[in-house]
Design a protein around this ligand. Sequence first.
Ligand SMILES: C[S@@+](CC[C@H](N)C(=O)[O-])C[C@H]1O[C@@H](n2cnc3c(N)ncnc32)[C@H](O)[C@@H]1O
Length: 305
Amino acid sequence: MKSADGSSVALVAGGLRVSLTEGAVRLEKGSITSAALAAELLLMHVLRRDRAWLYAHPEYELSSEQAAAYNDLIERRSAGVPTQYLTGHQEFWGLDFEVGPGVLIPRPETEHVIEVALSRLGSRRSHPVRIADVGTGSGCIAVSLAREFPHAEIIATDISARALDYARRNAARQAVSDRIRFCEANLLGTGVEPPEQSPIRFDLIVSNPPYVGRNDAPHLAREVREHEPAEALFAGDRGFDLYPALVDQAAKLLRPEGMIVVEVGYDGAGFVRSLLSAPEWSLLKVTRDLAGIERVVSAQRSAWL
Ligand SMILES: C[S@@+](CC[C@H](N)C(=O)[O-])C[C@H]1O[C@@H](n2cnc3c(N)ncnc32)[C@H](O)[C@@H]1O
């Protein structure tokens, strides 16, 4: 068997150890970071086995079909397709999410949104609460919150019908479909009004909106720029375009003492903090991610308004 660049691929003979090494070497040649990990994940996907099984069976020989499938995945990964789009999976908050072209791959730093929501609203876990997730993508935030707040009713919006298809399937996989209403909508606009036409009053509004500035596009990793959906990444020149309308809507739709929790980019905390310093907001908090970057801004809607 030959790879696209003509080099031979010893993926059939030599056992899994050789297959992993060969795969990683080819990925490294394609300048893929974390090449060994990617080779492992792709081989696990082909064999439908976990990592422990791979390392417990170093002598296992791939069938020619398995070798061809692995070879194809290594080639596509070398061409820049994200590993998660090839395997169709990404873990988030300990849950397995289906992902693929057309939906943003959940990022580990977004787990801080869940942590902050839990720390600010955790005392109400055993109560019925109403939550909105704006720009739900794969549904990772909405589904994780549905699991953490077993009595919550959630509205999750997105402008992308394709993303919402993934989100609906993920909610079904995690058995929370009955408590999440998915709506194709611009932020919390048309489409999210409750049937009874009463104003929605949320206890919590969360969002990880697109926040990359067009000016920063050249600095994005190639696989992100070329494969993840632009509408999930970009929001104007600086990445700040969606926050003013989002905060404005939250001020109207949160109940008194309800919380807003939003993720921001590396330079976005100051901008969002200024929006949340208006009199209708209190208890402003900025939470850093594991890299020390200000990542999540949260605040409470004042009780007296
Ligand atoms: C950064 S992604 C976040 C996805 C998911 N919540 C997560 O954390 O992985 C932003 C999402 O917002 C959606 N989006 C972009 N503009 C929007 C808008 N005006 N209203 C609603 N959703 C929007 C995109 O389609 C995308 O799915």
